[in-house]
Design a protein around this ligand. Structure first.
Ligand code: 13P
Ligand code: SF4
Length: 359
């Protein structure tokens, strides 16, 4: 087995030789040994845009999870190949919404709300999918007048949707949907949870008639672990601590925190803080540990004392990155992610709508 140092050297050498032929994108949650080789590191919104910045590169190696690589394929040029170094790097939240159950939900909603717009021309329902979803679902929303959002632009995207619709079906992440809609002043009683295993999603027809945001039942198993008790403990142990969490955390956690936002929001807030600040962070551990190492002038720690990485992000081992790059040098594209054109067209439309709301 190659040592960490050997792998580092192999990746560096392959990247040097490939030069502009390849661009490596890395999500903030990737381990340091992978981030060290990324040409762009960012949140999922920034990486989606980064996929467009080097159209001359023949390959985009995406160190992230499957839905991110699909998005890169949708936004890059047809000549470019997108490579996911380990095909087992998925996202358990994205897997919680599939096309069949969302279509089934949609059909039930059409029966309840009808399909005709109201007097202001607003559709009965606008579907909004979180970036953390399959290309098939992005295609679904594209075909039904809907849009994609990320954790950094969910509020602006929901505003866009409410200009065009009386209500929103938001999937897969119930927490991002609830936290964002609540901050926009929508009462919790108007946010029923849709459970695809129950008739009418588990709500009564009356409840659905009151609904403003229908929330899919998905969640992130990493962010679900954060609790209000952890925040209380951080405040007791570190008076003056600033608690910052990702909006995929449950609502009581977001409410108890001082601020919440995407991974890039968290990075920028720490960058801007005066020396000697103390932060308790509710997001994936690789990012928190990297920030703690980068900013020794601050005290930065993870709210959850049990080290819990995103296990699928972690599947991008440097060994796979070395293999993908060396294969390119040998003229072989391995682990290519391609979205079929029938899905790609409407999915791209949904992404372009997001990019026109928040460039
Ligand atoms: P960001 O959009 O903040 O990068 O989050 C992506 C993600 O998967 C969080 O769990
Ligand atoms: Fe998916 Fe959660 Fe991992 Fe993000 S942290 S990729 S939402 S499982």
């Amino acid at each position: 087995d190659a040592t960490e140092e050997e792998l580092h050297e192999r990746i560096r050498a392959a990247k040097d030789e490939l030069g502009d032929r390849v661009v490596v994108l890395g999500h903030f949650y990737q381990r340091d040994e992978v981030v060290a080789h990324a040409d762009f590191v960012g949140d999922s919104f920034q990486l989606a845009k980064a996929a467009r910045t080097r159209p001359e590169a023949e390959a985009i190696v995406f160190c992230g999870v499957h839905f991110m690589a699909e998005t890169a394929d949708l936004l890059s040029t047809p000549e470019q190949s997108v490579i996911l170094p380990n095909l087992a790097a998925g996202c358990s939240m994205a897997d919680m919404a599939d096309l069949d159950s969302v279509t089934d939900c949609w059909e039930q909603l059409e029966e309840i709300y009808g399909t005709a717009p109201d007097a202001d021309g607003r559709a009965p329902v606008i579907p909004v999918t979180y970036m953390n979803s399959s290309a098939a679902l992005k295609g679904f929303v594209g075909r039904h007048g809907g849009i994609v959002c990320t954790s950094s632009n969910a509020a602006q995207v929901l505003e866009w949707a409410f200009e065009r619709g009386q209500r929103v079906l938001f999937f897969p992440d119930q927490h991002l949907g609830r936290n964002t809609a609540k901050a926009m002043g929508i009462p919790l009683e108007q946010m029923p949870l849709w459970n695809p295993r129950k008739p009418l999603g588990g709500s009564t027809e009356d409840e659905l008639m009151q609904a403003t945001v229908l929330l899919w039942h998905g969640f992130c198993s990493v962010h679900k672990r954060f609790t209000v008790a952890q925040i209380e403990k951080a405040r007791a142990d570190f008076p003056g601590v600033h608690v910052m969490v990702h909006p995929e955390c449950p609502m009581p956690v977001v409410d108890a925190a001082d601020s919440s936002g995407s991974t890039d929001f968290i990075v920028k807030a720490i960058e801007a803080a005066p020396a000697g600040s103390t932060f308790a962070i509710g997001t994936e551990i690789n990012l928190v540990q990297r920030l703690a190492a980068q900013y020794p002038q601050h005290t930065i720690f993870c709210l959850d004392p049990v080290i819990c990485p995103c296990s699928t992000m972690y599947r991008i081992h440097p060994g796979y990155l070395a293999w993908a790059l060396e294969s390119l040098l040998d003229g072989e594209v391995v682990n290519q992610i391609t979205v079929s054109e029938d899905v790609a067209e409407p999915a791209r439309l949904a992404l372009e709508r997001m990019l026109s709301v928040v460039p």
